[in-house]
Design a protein around this ligand. Structure first.
Ligand code: NOJ
Length: 479
Protein backbone atom coordinates (compact mmCIF):
# COMPACT_ATOMS: atom_id res chain seq x y z
CA UNK A 1 0.00 0.00 0.00
CA UNK A 2 2.75 2.38 1.09
CA UNK A 3 4.66 1.37 -2.01
CA UNK A 4 1.64 2.22 -4.21
CA UNK A 5 1.32 5.63 -2.57
CA UNK A 6 4.97 6.28 -3.32
CA UNK A 7 4.42 5.42 -6.96
CA UNK A 8 1.44 7.77 -7.15
CA UNK A 9 3.41 10.62 -5.58
CA UNK A 10 6.33 9.95 -7.93
CA UNK A 11 4.00 9.93 -10.94
CA UNK A 12 2.43 13.19 -9.79
CA UNK A 13 5.87 14.76 -9.47
CA UNK A 14 6.84 13.54 -12.91
CA UNK A 15 3.68 14.97 -14.48
CA UNK A 16 4.05 18.19 -12.63
CA UNK A 17 7.62 18.65 -13.62
CA UNK A 18 6.84 17.67 -17.21
CA UNK A 19 4.16 20.31 -17.34
CA UNK A 20 6.52 23.04 -16.26
CA UNK A 21 9.38 22.16 -18.60
CA UNK A 22 8.52 24.61 -21.31
CA UNK A 23 10.92 27.09 -22.83
CA UNK A 24 9.84 30.75 -22.77
CA UNK A 25 8.41 32.12 -26.02
CA UNK A 26 11.31 34.49 -26.50
CA UNK A 27 13.95 31.77 -26.10
CA UNK A 28 16.00 31.28 -29.29
CA UNK A 29 17.07 27.87 -30.57
CA UNK A 30 19.86 27.58 -33.11
CA UNK A 31 22.73 25.47 -34.34
CA UNK A 32 26.33 26.34 -35.07
CA UNK A 33 29.14 25.67 -37.53
CA UNK A 34 32.46 27.27 -38.45
CA UNK A 35 33.90 28.18 -41.85
CA UNK A 36 36.98 25.97 -41.81
CA UNK A 37 35.03 22.98 -40.54
CA UNK A 38 32.31 23.02 -43.20
CA UNK A 39 33.08 25.13 -46.24
CA UNK A 40 35.86 23.32 -48.09
CA UNK A 41 36.75 25.10 -51.38
CA UNK A 42 39.96 26.01 -49.63
CA UNK A 43 41.55 27.72 -52.60
CA UNK A 44 38.56 28.42 -54.81
CA UNK A 45 37.33 31.73 -56.20
CA UNK A 46 40.28 33.67 -54.82
CA UNK A 47 40.30 32.44 -51.22
CA UNK A 48 43.71 32.73 -49.55
CA UNK A 49 45.18 30.01 -47.31
CA UNK A 50 44.43 30.02 -43.61
CA UNK A 51 46.76 28.65 -40.96
CA UNK A 52 44.69 25.48 -40.74
CA UNK A 53 45.00 24.85 -44.49
CA UNK A 54 48.76 25.16 -44.11
CA UNK A 55 48.86 23.09 -40.95
CA UNK A 56 47.26 20.04 -42.54
CA UNK A 57 48.94 20.46 -45.92
CA UNK A 58 52.38 20.59 -44.32
CA UNK A 59 51.67 17.33 -42.54
CA UNK A 60 50.33 15.82 -45.77
CA UNK A 61 47.34 14.85 -43.66
CA UNK A 62 44.87 12.59 -45.45
CA UNK A 63 42.11 14.28 -43.53
CA UNK A 64 42.06 18.03 -44.03
CA UNK A 65 39.65 20.90 -44.65
CA UNK A 66 40.02 21.02 -48.44
CA UNK A 67 36.48 19.81 -49.12
CA UNK A 68 34.98 19.31 -45.64
CA UNK A 69 31.16 19.42 -45.99
CA UNK A 70 31.50 21.39 -49.22
CA UNK A 71 29.20 24.04 -47.83
CA UNK A 72 30.79 26.59 -50.11
CA UNK A 73 28.76 24.90 -52.84
CA UNK A 74 25.97 23.36 -50.81
CA UNK A 75 24.98 26.33 -48.66
CA UNK A 76 21.47 26.45 -50.11
CA UNK A 77 20.80 22.94 -48.86
CA UNK A 78 22.18 23.93 -45.47
CA UNK A 79 19.84 26.91 -45.29
CA UNK A 80 16.97 24.63 -46.28
CA UNK A 81 17.88 22.24 -43.45
CA UNK A 82 18.08 25.12 -41.01
CA UNK A 83 14.64 26.22 -42.14
CA UNK A 84 13.17 22.71 -41.87
CA UNK A 85 14.56 22.35 -38.38
CA UNK A 86 12.72 25.55 -37.46
CA UNK A 87 15.88 27.31 -36.26
CA UNK A 88 15.49 30.82 -34.95
CA UNK A 89 19.18 31.48 -35.61
CA UNK A 90 22.14 29.95 -37.36
CA UNK A 91 25.63 30.56 -36.03
CA UNK A 92 28.37 30.37 -38.64
CA UNK A 93 31.72 32.05 -39.13
CA UNK A 94 33.22 34.18 -41.85
CA UNK A 95 36.50 32.89 -43.26
CA UNK A 96 38.77 35.92 -42.99
CA UNK A 97 41.00 34.73 -45.84
CA UNK A 98 37.97 34.08 -48.05
CA UNK A 99 37.09 37.74 -48.11
CA UNK A 100 40.63 39.10 -47.59
CA UNK A 101 42.97 36.50 -49.12
CA UNK A 102 46.10 37.69 -47.33
CA UNK A 103 44.18 39.14 -44.41
CA UNK A 104 44.91 42.78 -45.25
CA UNK A 105 42.98 45.50 -47.03
CA UNK A 106 45.39 45.16 -49.95
CA UNK A 107 43.39 42.19 -51.09
CA UNK A 108 39.62 42.05 -50.96
CA UNK A 109 37.89 39.16 -52.68
CA UNK A 110 34.54 39.96 -54.26
CA UNK A 111 33.59 36.32 -54.74
CA UNK A 112 34.08 35.61 -51.06
CA UNK A 113 31.96 38.61 -50.15
CA UNK A 114 29.22 37.38 -52.49
CA UNK A 115 29.25 33.99 -50.80
CA UNK A 116 28.53 35.42 -47.36
CA UNK A 117 26.07 38.02 -48.70
CA UNK A 118 24.07 35.28 -50.36
CA UNK A 119 24.12 33.12 -47.27
CA UNK A 120 23.08 35.94 -44.97
CA UNK A 121 20.32 37.12 -47.28
CA UNK A 122 18.95 33.61 -47.73
CA UNK A 123 18.82 33.14 -43.96
CA UNK A 124 17.03 36.44 -43.50
CA UNK A 125 14.50 35.50 -46.14
CA UNK A 126 13.70 32.39 -44.12
CA UNK A 127 13.44 34.40 -40.90
CA UNK A 128 16.58 32.83 -39.50
CA UNK A 129 18.80 35.22 -37.61
CA UNK A 130 22.45 35.04 -38.75
CA UNK A 131 24.72 34.93 -35.69
CA UNK A 132 28.16 35.58 -37.09
CA UNK A 133 31.50 34.60 -35.61
CA UNK A 134 34.12 36.90 -37.04
CA UNK A 135 37.04 34.71 -36.13
CA UNK A 136 36.82 30.97 -35.52
CA UNK A 137 40.60 30.26 -35.41
CA UNK A 138 41.22 30.36 -39.19
CA UNK A 139 43.76 33.18 -39.35
CA UNK A 140 44.97 34.13 -42.82
CA UNK A 141 48.39 32.54 -43.34
CA UNK A 142 49.99 35.88 -44.20
CA UNK A 143 48.83 37.43 -40.91
CA UNK A 144 50.38 34.47 -39.14
CA UNK A 145 53.62 34.97 -41.11
CA UNK A 146 53.68 38.50 -39.73
CA UNK A 147 53.61 37.13 -36.20
CA UNK A 148 49.95 36.22 -35.79
CA UNK A 149 48.65 36.48 -32.26
CA UNK A 150 52.17 37.04 -30.93
CA UNK A 151 52.32 40.40 -32.69
CA UNK A 152 50.19 43.24 -31.30
CA UNK A 153 49.81 44.58 -34.81
CA UNK A 154 47.35 41.73 -35.22
CA UNK A 155 44.90 44.09 -33.53
CA UNK A 156 45.13 46.55 -36.43
CA UNK A 157 44.69 43.86 -39.06
CA UNK A 158 41.72 42.53 -37.16
CA UNK A 159 40.26 46.02 -37.00
CA UNK A 160 40.45 46.36 -40.80
CA UNK A 161 38.82 42.97 -41.26
CA UNK A 162 35.96 43.49 -38.80
CA UNK A 163 35.23 46.97 -40.09
CA UNK A 164 34.84 45.52 -43.56
CA UNK A 165 32.44 42.86 -42.21
CA UNK A 166 30.38 45.39 -40.26
CA UNK A 167 30.21 47.64 -43.31
CA UNK A 168 29.22 44.87 -45.69
CA UNK A 169 26.86 42.85 -43.52
CA UNK A 170 25.96 45.10 -40.59
CA UNK A 171 22.51 45.91 -41.97
CA UNK A 172 21.55 42.23 -41.74
CA UNK A 173 23.52 40.87 -38.80
CA UNK A 174 22.32 41.68 -35.29
CA UNK A 175 24.61 39.32 -33.37
CA UNK A 176 28.37 39.50 -33.85
CA UNK A 177 30.78 37.18 -32.07
CA UNK A 178 34.31 38.56 -32.22
CA UNK A 179 36.49 35.55 -31.31
CA UNK A 180 35.62 31.92 -30.77
CA UNK A 181 37.25 30.21 -27.79
CA UNK A 182 40.47 32.23 -27.68
CA UNK A 183 41.64 30.00 -24.83
CA UNK A 184 41.83 27.02 -27.15
CA UNK A 185 43.47 28.99 -29.93
CA UNK A 186 46.16 30.16 -27.52
CA UNK A 187 46.63 26.66 -26.09
CA UNK A 188 46.88 24.71 -29.30
CA UNK A 189 48.44 27.35 -31.53
CA UNK A 190 50.82 29.19 -29.20
CA UNK A 191 51.15 27.10 -26.06
CA UNK A 192 51.36 23.44 -26.80
CA UNK A 193 51.79 23.57 -30.58
CA UNK A 194 49.34 20.78 -31.33
CA UNK A 195 47.30 22.85 -33.78
CA UNK A 196 47.83 25.80 -36.14
CA UNK A 197 50.09 27.80 -36.03
CA UNK A 198 52.00 25.13 -34.13
CA UNK A 199 54.07 27.17 -31.66
CA UNK A 200 55.08 25.29 -28.52
CA UNK A 201 55.60 28.15 -26.09
CA UNK A 202 53.71 26.94 -23.02
CA UNK A 203 55.17 29.40 -20.53
CA UNK A 204 54.76 32.64 -22.42
CA UNK A 205 53.50 32.29 -26.02
CA UNK A 206 50.02 31.43 -24.87
CA UNK A 207 49.90 34.40 -22.50
CA UNK A 208 51.13 36.75 -25.22
CA UNK A 209 48.44 35.30 -27.48
CA UNK A 210 45.75 36.01 -24.89
CA UNK A 211 47.04 39.55 -24.41
CA UNK A 212 46.87 40.24 -28.15
CA UNK A 213 43.52 38.53 -28.70
CA UNK A 214 41.88 40.39 -25.83
CA UNK A 215 43.04 43.67 -27.33
CA UNK A 216 41.75 42.55 -30.72
CA UNK A 217 38.37 41.62 -29.28
CA UNK A 218 38.11 44.95 -27.47
CA UNK A 219 39.03 46.84 -30.64
CA UNK A 220 36.35 44.99 -32.59
CA UNK A 221 33.78 45.81 -29.92
CA UNK A 222 34.75 49.48 -29.70
CA UNK A 223 34.73 49.91 -33.50
CA UNK A 224 31.17 48.60 -33.60
CA UNK A 225 30.21 50.90 -30.75
CA UNK A 226 31.73 53.99 -32.28
CA UNK A 227 30.93 53.50 -35.94
CA UNK A 228 28.02 51.12 -36.37
CA UNK A 229 25.86 50.70 -33.30
CA UNK A 230 23.70 53.80 -33.78
CA UNK A 231 22.80 52.76 -37.28
CA UNK A 232 22.44 49.00 -36.90
CA UNK A 233 21.59 48.41 -33.23
CA UNK A 234 23.33 45.03 -33.15
CA UNK A 235 25.01 43.21 -30.26
CA UNK A 236 28.64 42.15 -29.95
CA UNK A 237 30.40 39.69 -27.66
CA UNK A 238 33.28 37.25 -27.31
CA UNK A 239 32.72 33.46 -27.16
CA UNK A 240 34.39 31.84 -24.15
CA UNK A 241 34.56 28.21 -23.23
CA UNK A 242 34.86 25.99 -20.22
CA UNK A 243 33.74 22.66 -18.90
CA UNK A 244 31.96 22.84 -15.59
CA UNK A 245 34.71 22.35 -13.02
CA UNK A 246 33.74 20.26 -10.01
CA UNK A 247 35.82 19.94 -6.84
CA UNK A 248 36.71 16.34 -6.03
CA UNK A 249 35.61 16.82 -2.39
CA UNK A 250 34.26 19.58 -0.16
CA UNK A 251 37.70 19.94 1.40
CA UNK A 252 38.63 23.68 1.37
CA UNK A 253 41.82 22.85 -0.51
CA UNK A 254 39.87 21.16 -3.30
CA UNK A 255 37.40 24.04 -3.36
CA UNK A 256 40.29 26.45 -3.70
CA UNK A 257 41.67 24.33 -6.55
CA UNK A 258 38.26 24.46 -8.25
CA UNK A 259 38.08 28.23 -8.03
CA UNK A 260 41.70 28.63 -9.13
CA UNK A 261 41.03 26.45 -12.15
CA UNK A 262 37.94 28.42 -13.11
CA UNK A 263 39.84 31.67 -12.75
CA UNK A 264 42.78 30.43 -14.82
CA UNK A 265 40.53 28.99 -17.48
CA UNK A 266 37.34 31.04 -17.76
CA UNK A 267 38.49 34.10 -15.83
CA UNK A 268 41.60 34.36 -18.01
CA UNK A 269 39.46 36.00 -20.71
CA UNK A 270 36.25 36.74 -18.80
CA UNK A 271 37.82 38.84 -16.06
CA UNK A 272 39.39 41.43 -18.38
CA UNK A 273 36.17 41.74 -20.40
CA UNK A 274 33.59 41.67 -17.59
CA UNK A 275 35.49 43.02 -14.58
CA UNK A 276 38.78 44.57 -15.76
CA UNK A 277 42.27 43.01 -15.83
CA UNK A 278 43.43 39.40 -15.43
CA UNK A 279 42.22 37.51 -12.35
CA UNK A 280 44.35 38.32 -9.29
CA UNK A 281 45.24 34.68 -8.81
CA UNK A 282 46.82 34.59 -12.28
CA UNK A 283 48.66 37.87 -11.83
CA UNK A 284 50.08 36.78 -8.47
CA UNK A 285 50.98 33.20 -9.25
CA UNK A 286 52.59 33.86 -12.64
CA UNK A 287 54.52 36.87 -11.32
CA UNK A 288 55.73 34.87 -8.37
CA UNK A 289 56.84 31.88 -10.41
CA UNK A 290 58.46 34.14 -13.04
CA UNK A 291 60.52 35.73 -10.28
CA UNK A 292 61.61 32.33 -8.99
CA UNK A 293 62.60 31.50 -12.57
CA UNK A 294 64.91 34.55 -12.46
CA UNK A 295 62.94 36.42 -15.08
CA UNK A 296 62.99 40.21 -15.07
CA UNK A 297 59.21 40.44 -15.47
CA UNK A 298 56.13 38.29 -15.32
CA UNK A 299 55.45 35.95 -18.23
CA UNK A 300 51.88 37.26 -18.12
CA UNK A 301 52.01 40.61 -19.95
CA UNK A 302 50.70 43.49 -17.85
CA UNK A 303 47.89 45.68 -19.13
CA UNK A 304 48.21 49.43 -18.59
CA UNK A 305 45.37 51.17 -16.75
CA UNK A 306 44.15 52.57 -20.08
CA UNK A 307 44.13 49.10 -21.60
CA UNK A 308 42.25 47.68 -18.63
CA UNK A 309 39.57 50.31 -19.08
CA UNK A 310 39.47 49.89 -22.85
CA UNK A 311 38.88 46.13 -22.57
CA UNK A 312 36.58 46.22 -19.57
CA UNK A 313 32.90 46.32 -20.52
CA UNK A 314 33.31 45.16 -24.11
CA UNK A 315 30.28 42.87 -24.08
CA UNK A 316 26.57 42.96 -24.80
CA UNK A 317 26.03 39.41 -23.48
CA UNK A 318 28.03 36.42 -22.25
CA UNK A 319 28.51 33.75 -24.94
CA UNK A 320 29.62 30.39 -23.59
CA UNK A 321 30.57 27.07 -25.16
CA UNK A 322 30.43 24.10 -22.82
CA UNK A 323 30.47 20.35 -23.23
CA UNK A 324 31.61 18.32 -20.24
CA UNK A 325 32.48 18.27 -16.55
CA UNK A 326 36.04 18.15 -15.23
CA UNK A 327 36.97 17.20 -11.72
CA UNK A 328 39.79 18.96 -9.89
CA UNK A 329 41.61 18.44 -6.67
CA UNK A 330 44.39 20.13 -4.79
CA UNK A 331 48.01 19.26 -5.44
CA UNK A 332 51.31 20.66 -4.25
CA UNK A 333 52.63 23.37 -6.56
CA UNK A 334 54.75 21.99 -9.38
CA UNK A 335 58.45 22.66 -8.73
CA UNK A 336 60.06 25.59 -10.51
CA UNK A 337 61.53 24.28 -13.74
CA UNK A 338 60.08 24.43 -17.21
CA UNK A 339 57.69 27.38 -17.26
CA UNK A 340 54.20 26.45 -18.42
CA UNK A 341 50.56 27.34 -17.97
CA UNK A 342 49.83 24.00 -16.34
CA UNK A 343 52.66 24.45 -13.85
CA UNK A 344 51.46 27.98 -13.13
CA UNK A 345 48.03 26.54 -12.40
CA UNK A 346 49.24 23.45 -10.52
CA UNK A 347 45.87 21.75 -10.08
CA UNK A 348 45.11 18.09 -10.51
CA UNK A 349 42.35 17.88 -13.13
CA UNK A 350 40.70 15.15 -15.15
CA UNK A 351 37.84 15.00 -17.64
CA UNK A 352 35.73 12.00 -18.45
CA UNK A 353 33.70 12.95 -21.51
CA UNK A 354 31.33 10.02 -21.15
CA UNK A 355 30.26 11.12 -17.67
CA UNK A 356 27.16 13.32 -17.86
CA UNK A 357 26.54 15.50 -14.83
CA UNK A 358 22.90 16.54 -14.95
CA UNK A 359 23.52 19.72 -12.97
CA UNK A 360 26.67 20.84 -14.81
CA UNK A 361 25.09 23.44 -17.02
CA UNK A 362 23.02 24.88 -14.21
CA UNK A 363 26.05 25.23 -11.98
CA UNK A 364 28.11 26.81 -14.72
CA UNK A 365 25.42 29.30 -15.73
CA UNK A 366 24.87 30.33 -12.14
CA UNK A 367 28.61 30.71 -11.68
CA UNK A 368 28.82 32.98 -14.73
CA UNK A 369 25.81 34.96 -13.64
CA UNK A 370 27.07 35.48 -10.10
CA UNK A 371 30.66 36.17 -11.03
CA UNK A 372 30.28 38.35 -14.11
CA UNK A 373 26.72 39.66 -13.94
CA UNK A 374 26.51 39.88 -17.73
CA UNK A 375 22.82 40.74 -18.10
CA UNK A 376 22.18 37.96 -20.59
CA UNK A 377 23.84 34.70 -21.57
CA UNK A 378 23.80 32.79 -24.85
CA UNK A 379 24.97 29.20 -25.03
CA UNK A 380 26.86 29.34 -28.30
CA UNK A 381 27.92 25.67 -28.29
CA UNK A 382 26.78 22.52 -26.57
CA UNK A 383 26.43 18.95 -27.76
CA UNK A 384 28.29 15.70 -27.88
CA UNK A 385 30.09 13.58 -30.42
CA UNK A 386 28.85 10.13 -31.38
CA UNK A 387 30.11 7.49 -33.74
CA UNK A 388 28.69 7.35 -37.25
CA UNK A 389 25.03 6.40 -37.69
CA UNK A 390 21.56 7.88 -37.82
CA UNK A 391 20.25 6.44 -34.54
CA UNK A 392 22.10 8.83 -32.27
CA UNK A 393 20.19 8.11 -29.10
CA UNK A 394 23.15 9.02 -26.87
CA UNK A 395 23.09 12.51 -28.34
CA UNK A 396 19.39 12.91 -27.58
CA UNK A 397 19.91 11.69 -24.02
CA UNK A 398 22.75 14.17 -23.55
CA UNK A 399 20.68 17.02 -24.97
CA UNK A 400 17.72 16.24 -22.73
CA UNK A 401 19.91 16.36 -19.67
CA UNK A 402 21.66 19.57 -20.61
CA UNK A 403 18.49 21.31 -21.76
CA UNK A 404 16.64 20.30 -18.58
CA UNK A 405 19.45 21.76 -16.57
CA UNK A 406 19.21 24.88 -18.69
CA UNK A 407 15.46 25.17 -18.15
CA UNK A 408 15.87 24.87 -14.40
CA UNK A 409 18.39 27.68 -14.56
CA UNK A 410 15.99 29.90 -16.46
CA UNK A 411 12.78 29.03 -14.63
CA UNK A 412 13.97 28.38 -11.11
CA UNK A 413 17.12 30.45 -10.77
CA UNK A 414 15.92 33.32 -12.96
CA UNK A 415 19.15 33.49 -14.88
CA UNK A 416 18.61 35.32 -18.16
CA UNK A 417 19.74 32.76 -20.75
CA UNK A 418 18.35 33.94 -24.08
CA UNK A 419 19.49 31.32 -26.58
CA UNK A 420 20.98 27.90 -27.18
CA UNK A 421 23.07 26.87 -30.16
CA UNK A 422 23.48 23.15 -30.61
CA UNK A 423 26.86 22.09 -31.97
CA UNK A 424 26.51 21.19 -34.72
CA UNK A 425 24.09 21.57 -37.59
CA UNK A 426 25.98 18.78 -39.34
CA UNK A 427 28.96 16.47 -38.99
CA UNK A 428 32.07 18.39 -39.92
CA UNK A 429 35.85 18.49 -39.78
CA UNK A 430 36.73 18.24 -36.10
CA UNK A 431 40.14 19.92 -36.48
CA UNK A 432 41.97 16.77 -37.61
CA UNK A 433 39.36 14.07 -37.96
CA UNK A 434 36.05 13.28 -39.62
CA UNK A 435 35.45 10.40 -37.19
CA UNK A 436 34.32 12.60 -34.35
CA UNK A 437 30.78 13.46 -35.35
CA UNK A 438 29.00 16.30 -33.60
CA UNK A 439 26.25 16.84 -36.17
CA UNK A 440 22.51 16.30 -35.87
CA UNK A 441 22.64 15.88 -39.64
CA UNK A 442 24.89 13.17 -41.01
CA UNK A 443 27.36 14.04 -43.74
CA UNK A 444 28.63 11.26 -45.98
CA UNK A 445 32.29 12.16 -46.32
CA UNK A 446 32.87 9.27 -48.71
CA UNK A 447 30.49 10.67 -51.27
CA UNK A 448 31.63 13.50 -53.55
CA UNK A 449 28.15 14.92 -53.01
CA UNK A 450 28.69 15.09 -49.23
CA UNK A 451 25.12 13.86 -48.86
CA UNK A 452 23.28 15.19 -45.81
CA UNK A 453 20.85 12.92 -43.94
CA UNK A 454 18.89 13.79 -40.82
CA UNK A 455 19.71 11.79 -37.71
CA UNK A 456 17.17 10.96 -34.98
CA UNK A 457 18.45 13.93 -33.00
CA UNK A 458 17.59 16.34 -35.81
CA UNK A 459 13.95 15.22 -35.66
CA UNK A 460 14.02 15.42 -31.90
CA UNK A 461 15.40 18.97 -31.99
CA UNK A 462 12.88 19.98 -34.65
CA UNK A 463 10.08 18.80 -32.38
CA UNK A 464 11.54 20.58 -29.36
CA UNK A 465 11.78 23.84 -31.30
CA UNK A 466 8.21 23.49 -32.55
CA UNK A 467 6.66 22.62 -29.17
CA UNK A 468 9.18 24.23 -26.75
CA UNK A 469 8.29 21.41 -24.39
CA UNK A 470 11.01 19.12 -23.19
CA UNK A 471 10.22 15.44 -22.84
CA UNK A 472 12.41 15.08 -19.82
CA UNK A 473 11.80 11.50 -18.76
CA UNK A 474 15.51 10.76 -18.93
CA UNK A 475 16.30 13.74 -16.82
CA UNK A 476 13.95 12.58 -14.10
CA UNK A 477 15.39 9.09 -14.18
CA UNK A 478 18.89 10.55 -13.86
CA UNK A 479 17.98 12.79 -11.01
C1 NOJ B 1 34.73 24.00 -29.92
C2 NOJ B 1 34.92 24.68 -31.21
O1 NOJ B 1 34.47 25.99 -31.24
C3 NOJ B 1 34.42 23.90 -32.40
O2 NOJ B 1 35.10 24.36 -33.51
C4 NOJ B 1 34.59 22.41 -32.15
O3 NOJ B 1 34.26 21.66 -33.28
C5 NOJ B 1 33.69 22.02 -31.00
N1 NOJ B 1 34.02 22.81 -29.83
C6 NOJ B 1 33.72 20.54 -30.66
O4 NOJ B 1 34.97 20.15 -30.23
Amino acid sequence: MFYLAKIIVFWFLVQNSLATKTFPESFMFGTGTAAFQIEGAWNEDGKGPSIWDTFFHKKNATENGDVACDSYHKWKEDVQNAKDLGLKFYRFSIGWSRIMPNGTLNSVNQKGIEYYSNLIKALKEEDIEPVVTLYHWDMPQYISDLGGALNVQFVDYFEDYVRLCYTLFGAYVKYWLTLNEPTIQCFVGYGYGVGASGFALPGDGLYQCSYVLLKAHARAYRIYDEEFRDQYQGKVGIVLETNWIEAETEDPLDLEAQERYLQFYLGWFANPVYKGNWPDVMIDRIANRSKLENLARSRLPAFTQDEIEYINGTHDFFAINTYYTSTVSYQEDEPIGTPSYSNDLSVDASTNSSYIDNQALRKLLNYINDRYNPGSIIITENGRATSDGLEDIERIEYLKIYLCSLLDTILEDNVNVIGYSLWSLMDNFEWGTYETRFGIIRVDFDSPNRTRTWKESARWYQNLIATRVLDNSTFIANN
